[in-house]
Design a protein around this ligand. Structure first.
Ligand code: PLP
Length: 418
């Protein structure tokens, strides 16, 4: 009805993930049982929820702590007590030498990415277009629609390593990865949403070295990584350096509603990001910071991550892959090695229909997954693989996951005629 700006038009366009979310929401408007293997909500783990409840009860009964938490604006950078607790913990764990000046809080890491991707990607003062390079597709769908300007994302296809037993692993094609003068930052999620891939220490070291050489930041999205939530099943090491922007979050350990994103970066970048955050959000939500600050100091958050959260997801990942191997036997399927995150990534070779058509057919049977093609943004190379994959969340209850996989197998047998 009303004329919109370019920004307005781009951000209200029904294409991409917003259309998909709407479509999935509509699928839920039924009384029938729906198998939700699509979304990225973390599981409700009783021991984890019990700790949040205990902390809230303590806050409520601890003098005016509750009122201070809800009745004061936080600063745009985050709460001093949380910044100190977190920098202290990271220094103890990893031998870094960072301080509160190296950390900024945002209302979820999603909004940190909106700021960062548009700070380093887009037209610069001299009129030159600077791009964000994603060195390893497929990559997190949540970045795909975040650019304010058109055409600022550029992404590279992976090298595929096929492994025995219907498994595969993506690698960044580092031999052919050129970081041209138009690149403003390089960005990678590790563990990767959607694949569960964890790029190796060596691969990360090469990306770090090359970005440092070019004088641009390397953004590493550690939403699933160590030290919390620690949904990572390889021995990968966490690294930080002056040019690395490390993103973390309280969401996947079980506090997604607290909207607490955490950025660790040089003091210069933190100051800039806090300035953008102040314009965008004024201040941050304090709740996640207040709940977790003492748990960072006493080691409880790390204990919970390693002793409860990680084993919970590792077990579910293994069980789900076993169910898939049984249900998909005889089909031309392959599962990306599960090295972290809460998803499994499936590749159906020579799939006779598109991944969106497969999604639609499964939706008709009340199984919700995410079509793989959405995760291949920033690259238009024709490539059948990009249309042969699906992302499946294994965080939901085991019975739903099992039944959802059985229905997937039935539908795939019809599609392949096997
Ligand atoms: N990065 C990755 C890789 C994610 O999977 C998600 C959420 O699914 C986010 C960032 C954003 O999380 P939040 O805004 O809840 O911190």
């Amino acid at each position: 009805k009303y004329p919109l700006s370019r920004f307005g038009t781009k951000f209200t366009s029904p294409s991409g993930i917003s259309g998909l979310m709407k479509d999935m929401g509509e699928a839920l408007q039924t009384d029938e049982k729906v198998y939700m293997l699509g979304g990225g909500n973390p599981a409700h783990i009783p021991e984890v929820n019990a700790l949040w409840r205990e902390r809230m009860e303590h806050i409520l009964s601890n003098g005016s702590e509750y009122e201070r938490m809800v009745a004061n604006y936080d600063t745009p950078q985050g709460k001093e007590s949380f910044l100190k607790a977190l920098s202290g913990m990271l220094n103890r764990e990893y031998g870094w030498k960072i301080g509160p000046e190296n950390i900024a809080i945002t209302n979820g890491s999603q909004s940190a990415f909106f700021c960062l991707l548009n700070m380093f990607g887009g037209t610069d003062e001299s009129g030159k277009m600077r791009k964000i390079l994603f060195p390893l597709l497929p990559e997190y769908i949540g970045y795909a629609d975040q650019a304010i300007e058109e055409g600022i994302f550029t992404a590279r296809k992976p090298r595929i390593e096929e492994l025995p037993g219907n498994r595969f692993k993506y690698h960044p094609d580092l031999d052919n990865l050129e970081i041209g003068p138009d690149i403003g930052a390089v960005c990678v999620s590790r563990p990767t949403n959607p694949t569960g891939n964890v790029i190796t220490d060596q691969e990360l070291a090469v990306l770090s070295e090359r970005t440092a050489e070019k004088g641009i930041p390397l953004i590493v999205d550690n939403a699933y990584g160590a030290p919390f939530p620690n949904i990572i099943f390889t021995d990968a090491n966490l690294i930080w350096d002056e040019h690395i922007i490390l993103s973390m979050s309280l969401s996947k350990i079980g506090l997604p509603a607290s909207r607490t994103g955490i950025i660790v970066a040089s003091a210069e970048i933190i100051e800039a990001l806090s300035g953008v955050n102040a314009i965008l959000s004024l201040a941050n939500s304090s709740i996640g910071q207040v709940i977790t600050a003492p748990l960072l100091e006493n080691g409880e958050l790390l204990r919970l991550s390693s002793e409860v959260v990680r084993p919970f997801y590792l077990k579910k990942s293994r069980e789900t892959m076993k169910l898939m191997d049984e249900a998909f036997a005889g089909l031309p399927y392959s599962i990306h090695v599960s090295e972290g995150s809460i998803f499994l990534w499936l590749w159906f070779k020579d799939l006779p229909v598109s991944s969106i058509e497969l999604y639609r057919r499964l939706k008709k049977r009340n199984v919700l997954v995410i079509p793989g093609s959405y995760f291949f943004f920033g690259n238009d190379d024709p490539w059948p693989h990009r249309d042969q994959c699906l992302r499946v969340s294994y965080a939901q209850n085991s019975e739903d996951v099992r039944r959802g996989i059985e229905i997937m197998a039935e539908e795939l047998r019809l599609i392949y005629g096997i």
